[in-house]
Design a protein around this ligand. Structure first.
Ligand SMILES: [Zn+2]
Length: 348
């Protein structure tokens, strides 16, 4: 217990230095649309996930923040770096501080690395790896500084929520991080970016690129998504590791499910005939897990069905921290279908 809140403690410093060295060479694996196809790239990604998790666990030991809460906040920062085109610094950690945030708003030296100087100007920068410098490019310095900011009120669940609210002043950010945290806690790994096709590959289905068509089946006027035609009752499966954000009736979508993944992308499944009893709102799901069945519900009051041929309407929406916008899922569906087919062949 004595090590808590002592970022520069000797034992901590030794561990941090070793980890910092191990983290330097690894590749960034979890970009929002990262393609990891070559075997070398996949191996590098596995290694990077392991090294990054070790960084979170070490910071957890020292600061008391739970590793999956830290992982979740770091992943949220990664998704914001992607949409805001920010570059957080070198290394594996995505946590971002602007130079003025790090050094202090009134600090004339925006590249200040002196912990005392930064503290004097009210900057957020800290020395996490015990080298005497608060370096905005260091994974451990950034993590320690970030952990201190978001655990100002404590590290238990309630105070973590308050700390996040205080830091982001944005309910969406808090909600996302708590969702990510639940996913990481459930699986105990950072390696959660594989996908599945929403329908069983052996089922009889067809789909084509209908993005922006003037209208879809039982959808909005401008069609935002892909319609996958299949028989009534064909299983509908989660396309990702994620958490069920929405499950219920929507006048257009009928019985629909919304799943949030770790890239802060919302996977939307509409017109279902029913939901799996195994899952409910707030549950964590994995790729290919059954969430419901193909139907033709929608376009009316709850229970309305049969106004169009049965199909799965599948949509993808990206969160930029303030709002969401849809993007064409067709190429992603093609890719997941291809990948799942290839993985199936390998197993035989
Ligand atoms: Zn549709």
């Amino acid at each position: 217990m004595g090590r808590r809140h002592r970022y520069g403690g000797l034992a901590a410093a030794a561990a941090f230095v070793w980890l910092a060295g191990a983290g330097l060479a690894a590749a960034e694996p979890a970009g929002a649309d990262a393609e990891v196809s070559a075997p070398q790239a996949a191996a590098a990604a596995d290694q990077a996930y392991g090294e990054r998790k070790a960084l979170f666990e070490e910071t957890s030991t020292i600061t008391g923040i739970r590793w999956f809460d830290l992982a979740a906040a770091d992943q949220y920062e990664r998704t914001m770096n992607f949409v805001k085109k920010r570059t957080p610094g070198d290394g594996l950690v995505a946590v971002y501080f602007s130079p003025e945030d790090w050094a202090g708003l009134a600090n004339p030296d925006r590249t200040d690395t002196s912990p005392l100087g930064i503290a004097a100007f009210g900057g957020k920068g800290l020395d996490g790896n015990g080298d005497g410098r608060a370096d905005r490019n260091s994974d451990l310095d950034r993590l320690a500084a970030f952990a201190r900011q978001i655990t100002k009120f404590g590290t238990d669940e309630e105070n973590f929520r308050i700390g996040l609210w205080e830091y982001y002043q944005n309910n969406r950010a808090v909600e996302r991080i708590l969702q990510f945290s639940k996913i990481y806690a459930a699986y105990g790994t950072l390696d959660l970016f594989t996908h599945a096709f929403p329908l069983p590959l052996g089922a009889d289905y067809s789909y084509r690129d209908t993005w922006g068509a003037s209208r879809g089946w039982g959808g909005d006027r401008i069609h935002e998504g892909t319609d996958l035609f299949a028989h009534h009752g064909v299983p509908v499966r989660s396309t990702c590791y994620g958490i069920i954000e929405v499950m219920g009736w929507n006048p257009f979508g009928g019985w629909r499910v919304g799943i949030r993944d770790l890239n802060n992308v919302y996977h939307y499944y509409a017109h279902l005939s029913g939901f799996s009893k195994e899952v409910k709102t707030g549950d964590v799901v994995k790729p290919a897990q059954v969430i419901g069945w193909v139907g033709s519900s929608g376009y009316g009051k709850p229970g309305t069905s049969g106004k169009f041929p049965p199909h799965l309407h599948f949509g993808l929406y990206r969160d930029n921290g303030l709002a969401e916008w849809s993007f064409d899922p067709y190429s992603h569906l093609k890719k997941w279908e291809r990948e799942e087919r290839a993985a199936g062949r390998k197993k035989k």
